[in-house]
Design a protein around this ligand. Sequence first.
Ligand code: C2E
Ligand code: CA
Ligand code: CA
Length: 680
Amino acid sequence: MTDRLRLVIDAAPSAMIVVNGAGQVVVANSEAERSFGYTHDELLALRVEDLIPSRFRGHHDAKREAYFVHPDRRGMGVGRELFGLRKDGTEMPVEIGLNPIEIDDERFVLASIIDITERLRGQAAENAARDDVLRRSILDTIPFCIIATDAQGQVVTANPAAESLLGYRQEELVGRSITEIDAVERARYSDGTPALSRVDGDEGEWTYRHKDGRTIPVCEAIVPLEGDGGFILVSYDIAHRIEARERVEHMATHDGLTNLPNRSLLLRHLDHAFEAVGEAQGQVALLLLDLDHFKRVNDSLGHHIGDELLVVIAERLLMCVRNDDMVARLGGDEFVVVMHDLDPGADLDQRLDELLKAVVVPVVVHGYELAVTVSIGATLYPADGDDPASLLKHADIAMYAAKSTGRNRVRWFEHRMLDDNNGKLSLSAALRQAIDQDELSLAYQPQVDLASGLVVGVEALARWNSPSLGPVPPDQFIPVAEDGGMIAELGDWALRTACTALAQVQAELGRPLRLAVNVSPRQLRGEAWLSEIADALEASGLEPKQLEVEITEGILIEDHGDVVAMLDSLRSLGVSIVVDDFGCGYSSLAYLTKFPIDKIKIDRSFVQEITSPHDEAAIVDAIIVMAHALGMAVVAEGVETEIQETYLRERGCDEVQGYRYSPGVPVADVVRIAQQVGCS
Ligand code: C2E
Ligand code: CA
Ligand code: CA
């Protein structure tokens, strides 16, 4: 080893050692002595591995041997952890540079070792500073509102998200108590400081107040700060989430069409209402409303019209009730009105009258003027039932009573209705049986030609004399048949029976008569019905031109062309088409020109308005004039008096029908009546 090398090494500012091929330290400078804490002699007695923590030794051994075979200059420890082992057993982070040297044909390695403890300390400080900046910028950009408070709940600092959420500038927030930002009172400790007790970091819903006064629903987590007793409040705006939750809740409790509360909300509401009454000794009225003949509107005009009608009715009901009353929709055309705070002497009947009147005002939907009425079943809590379910059931029974006594009226529940009801519930079942067991019959009401004074035809009207229920009027059982899917069967039966009967009657009478049969809108669906008519005509031997089919005008307004096609094929068979109950429905006469119609039947409500010879029945006049102008014949139904007959004759009405001539009679009486009845 040259002395010059030794001199250079000694003068070097960093620790340097030279190691031979066996790993023995052969030269070490004073800086190496200082760094590792050995004397010069001690160092020279060491192997290089002794200067390395034991956990790295095995690895180093292998490396060193390889290095002596292929030496090169090399830096170690830059950018990764490398440690030196001091004599006192402590470690120091180092960077090492290795240089192979050859002296007198022997290979050595010169290692320069730099203790980088200080450098790393500086880096750590730098890193910490960088971390601080990072943390700061996270706080500045994070979309969560972050507020730090001291132990008393006074704001120490807040991030920009807090500023924009709450509407305060940072400096306005600092020093403010968190309770000034709260819109809800926080619990406080006895010393008055707010109990920021939700300190487990769990989120909870909370409400802040914006600087402008509005409340802000938030989700808030409170985390205690280590050391000084302060807190960090992390929160975010959950207005959208709450809105969505409320939307779902609303959808689950309201009817989508009318936006009225649905059955489930109604039941909940009734529970509360009854509870409140229990304490106050008052009463609650529960009204069940069912629109009359709503199905006809739906069937004949289509659901979109029916839906709009329901919306209008819902609005009207809302107009009729007081603020804390409730209007709910049970589904279909059923509504419930709940009236609270009724004084014992409250004039409920007057309020119910107003309801009826409000509903009946005609509604214009898509150009159709619709007038619906409503039947109301009325009950009082607690007299008529002491829980929502039984009160509703009783209101339902009362409502059916209102329907069966003529509709468009209110019936209060009476306990004796419970007995009646057991029978009525099974009306549908009884009707089904009646059809099977031939309890139905037909009555025939003559139609008189005003010019000749002769009976020229009959209308077949269904009759049901039930052994258990007594006579049930068709206004009651026809809708039941329509709803119960029995109308096609009933209609076919009526058609065949009437055709057969008429063939017999005219054979006896010695001249032909016309036969009018009523057809429900639901029968007009499908081709089967057409062939049913052709069959019935053929079986009875009647001429098609003798048959008149009475339809209601609502059928015509239905959008699809099916109806027109059906009526066209009927007509091409030779059958006539009569529009029944004309004038009380939805259409104008001009509208009817689009359809193949032979005759208009003026509804009996118009005829009934003619009570004195000087009356002006403008609608009757208009119908007759326009029908004739359109090439249609006119028949008036419900004619009961001579005054009515005279009026109609003077206006040129073609035919009349009504109790003035005869009610509907059994087939056995038709011939006799046809010979006697007439007008002059
Ligand atoms: P509609 O077709 O308008 O029948 C005329 C109704 O007026 C009949 O009532 C008849 O008895 C009654 N009426 C006749 N003359 C007078 C009168 O001078 N004054 C008064 N106040 N009323 C009179 P009904 O028989 O109770 O029939 C009621 C409704 O039931 C019928 O009204 C018709 O819409 C329906 N209907 C009857 N039979 C059938 C049927 O076989 N099939 C279908 N689909 N419906 C039927
Ligand atoms: Ca009729
Ligand atoms: Ca009629």
